[in-house]
Design a protein. Structure first.
Length: 55
């Protein structure tokens, strides 16, 4: 095998690792937090009211 084949296999291995890590994180977040909490924009509203724009 030449260098390019090794790099190709390494790239495929990294992409498979990242895909599995994202799936693990998806399952962990989905089982840990309620969907209502994940879709709320409460934090954004708090930040928007605390910002002060001085001209």
């Amino acid at each position: 095998m030449d260098t390019w084949n090794v790099l190709e296999y390494a790239a495929w291995a990294l992409s498979a690792f990242f895909a599995l890590a994202m799936l693990y994180d998806l399952v962990r977040i989905d089982t840990t937090y309620d969907n209502e909490l994940l879709t709320s924009s409460r934090e954004g509203e708090i930040e928007a009211t605390s910002e002060r724009h001085v001209i």
